[in-house]
Design a binder for this molecule. Structure first.
Ligand SMILES: [Zn+2]
Length: 330
């Protein structure tokens, strides 16, 4: 049998989140061939979650009509601090009991494939950089606004991870010294001012104080099932209160963007995450205007501020990029 000259390599990217696990199969050119999704169920314990990650990978491989033997590597983004070299998740606040978990070791045992672990937002930044930015800028900052706010910094085409692999914690940049308390213990972090959690808290507090909003007509007074998409619907129907809360959040995102531009002067700042995906039409112009107001003279020249089109797929794409990068080294 003649050997094929176009032997294809396949990579798996995994986004391990607090509520769901997403796995995607990619080929060498980062084309997404199949995906699979599973709820995380972190209350079942660390071992159970790792088994669910393995099952989700297997499901995606199966969906693409491949076998694990054809997979060169698995890149996984975990929601917390990660020791890249050992593939250990040091701490993940949204996963119950995750402290010093040797994720790489356990997953490699279950899958029989090399596994690489990184912080989830670093990986999302890598995904956006490799798959979305065709111009291949030298420097890029990714800001991901969802339940929390995370970021990733690309310098000279490489993910910047810092001295102890903790760089890119954009969400914990302090923007209001006397601002609301953040999950990290500080006050006034970017994340405590503009994440989905912060936005929802402000809306719920406003409703308690008697603010009128269409959201209570849509969802009831408790706003239990509130989602980012509901905010967009309310704004488009003329809800002034929601519009103001979202404008404030967008201003904080703009200020954070200006700070990062002043410090790093990247060619591109990419905004992603669930909040941006749902509300980019409402937020982008405010973010760009505010960033211009706060950036130093000259620092914004030629800098692009754009919304990511990858949405939820940024994490799995970045996982595949990481696996491809590490496979090349081997
Ligand atoms: Zn914080």
């Amino acid at each position: 049998m003649a050997e094929s000259s176009s032997k294809q390599d396949y990579f798996v990217g995994v986004d391990l989140g607090g509520t769901k696990i997403l796995a995607g199969i990619f080929d060498n050119s980062l084309k997404n061939l199949a995906t699979a999704k599973l709820s995380t169920k972190s209350q079942r314990g660390v071992e159970a979650v790792i088994e669910r990650v393995a099952r989700c990978v297997q499901d995606a491989v199966d969906e693409a009509d491949l076998s694990l033997k054809q997979i060169v590597g698995v890149g996984i983004g975990a929601p917390g601090s990660v020791d890249f070299d050992s593939g250990t998740v040091i701490f993940a606040p949204n996963l119950e009991g995750w402290k010093d978990v040797p994720l790489k070791k356990h997953l490699e045992k279950l899958l029989g494939v090399p596994v690489f672990v990184e912080n989830d937002c670093n990986i999302a930044a890598l995904g956006v950089y490799a798959a979305e930015l065709k111009s291949k800028p030298r420097h890029m900052v990714g800001i991901f606004v969802g339940t929390g706010i995370g970021g990733g910094i690309v310098i000279d085409g490489h993910l910047y991870s810092g001295f102890g692999h903790t760089a890119g914690e954009i969400g914990h940049m302090v923007l209001e010294v006397n601002g609301p308390k953040c999950g990290c213990g500080n006050k006034g972090c970017f994340e405590a001012l503009a994440s989905r959690t912060a936005i929802f808290q402000r809306i719920k507090a406003g409703v308690k104080d008697g603010q009128k909003t269409l959201l209570t007509d849509m969802l009831g007074d408790d706003l239990d099932d509130l989602r980012s998409g509901d905010l967009r619907k309310a704004i488009r129907r003329g809800d002034k209160f929601v519009d103001k809360v979202i404008e404030e959040a967008a201003e904080y995102i703009g200020i954070a963007t200006a700070n990062l531009i002043n410090i790093l002067n990247p060619e591109v700042v990419v905004l992603g995450g669930g909040v941006m995906e749902a509300l980019q039409d409402e937020m982008m112009s405010v973010i760009i205007e505010t960033a211009k107001d706060y950036a130093m003279a000259g620092a914004m020249k030629g800098v692009e501020i754009v919304a990511s089109k990858l949405g939820d797929d940024a994490g799995i794409t970045g996982g595949a990029v990481l696996a491809r990068r590490e496979a090349k080294k081997a």
